[in-house]
Design a protein around this ligand. Structure first.
Ligand code: DX5
Ligand code: ZN
Length: 221
C-alpha cells in the first residue's frame, strides 16, 4: 500500500497562496487539503467556496475538502461547483449520513466521513462500504498546529479493521498533529493518507518536507 500526503492550506501564507500551492505541487503533494470551518461546529472560521475555486484554478491536484460545519449539505452544490474532489463531512454534524453521502456522490465528488477523537469508529460501520474517505481526527478539529492525541494510533488500527471487515475501499486518512515523529505510528496502524499543515508549512523547506514525510511510510511493523 502506498501513502498519500495531503498538505493543509490552513497553514499557508494567503498573501502568496499561488506560490505556496506551486511549491506543494513541486514537492509531490498528492492531494490539497482544504479546511472549511464555520465558527459553529468548531470555534474558528476559515474559508469557503471562493477559496476552493481559487485553489482549483491554481492546481490540477485533487482538492480534499474537509467540512467542519453544521448542516454541511448547504454547501455541497457550491463546493462541488467550485472544484472540490472530495467532500468529507463530520458524522457528529450529519444525522442523515446515508442520504448526505449519496448526494455528494451524485455531484461527482468522493464522499468522506470524519470522526472527532471522542467518536467511535463503530459509528460508521453501516455506511463504511459506501465511503471513499474515512478521516480519523488525531486532534480536536478547529485549529492547525495542535499536538497529536496519542491514543489515535489504536483508533486507526480499529478503523483499518473495520474497513477490512466491511470490504470498504475507502482511503484511511488522519488529520492533526501529523509530523515526522507521529506519521510512522499512524502509517503502521494502517492509515494511508496523511494531512499535514504545520509540519509542511513551518518546515525550513516545505517541498522537501513532503518527501521526508513520505519516506517515513516505508514499512509496516
Ligand atoms: C484541524 C484541521 C487540520 C489542520 C491540520 O482542525 O482539520 O486539517 O489544518 O493542521 P496540523 O497539521 O498543523 O495539525
Ligand atoms: Zn482538516
Amino acid at each position: 500500500m502506498s501513502c498519500r500526503i495531503a498538505p493543509s492550506i490552513l497553514s499557508a501564507d494567503f498573501g502568496q497562496l499561488a506560490d505556496d500551492i506551486a511549491r506543494l505541487e513541486a514537492g509531490g503533494a498528492d492531494w490539497i487539503h482544504i479546511d472549511v470551518m464555520d465558527g459553529r461546529f468548531v470555534p474558528n472560521l476559515s474559508f469557503g467556496a471562493k477559496v476552493i475555486e481559487t485553489v482549483s484554478k491554481l492546481t490540477k491536484l485533487p482538492l480534499d475538502v474537509h467540512l467542519m460545519v453544521v448542516e454541511p449539505e448547504n454547501f455541497f452544490d457550491s463546493f462541488a461547483k467550485a472544484g472540490a474532489s472530495n467532500l468529507t463531512i463530520h458524522v457528529e454534524a450529519a444525522p442523515h449520513l446515508h442520504r448526505q453521502l449519496a448526494r455528494i456522490r451524485e455531484l461527482g465528488c468522493g464522499a468522506g466521513v470524519a470522526l472527532n477523537p471522542s467518536t467511535p469508529v463503530e459509528s460508521v460501520r453501516e455506511i463504511a462500504a459506501d465511503l471513499d474517505v474515512l478521516l480519523i481526527m488525531t486532534v480536536n478539529p478547529g485549529f492547525g498546529g495542535q499536538s497529536f492525541i496519542a491514543s489515535s494510533a489504536d483508533k486507526v488500527r480499529r478503523a483499518r479493521a473495520l474497513l477490512r471487515e466491511t470490504k470498504s475501499h475507502a482511503a484511511l486518512e488522519v488529520d492533526g498533529g501529523i509530523n515526522r515523529d507521529t506519521i510512522i505510528q499512524v502509517w503502521r496502524a494502517g492509515a494511508d493518507t496523511f494531512v499535514a499543515g504545520n509540519a509542511v508549512f513551518a518546515a525550513h523547506d516545505p517541498m522537501l518536507e513532503i518527501g521526508a514525510l513520505r519516506d517515513l511510510c516505508t514499512e509496516r511493523a
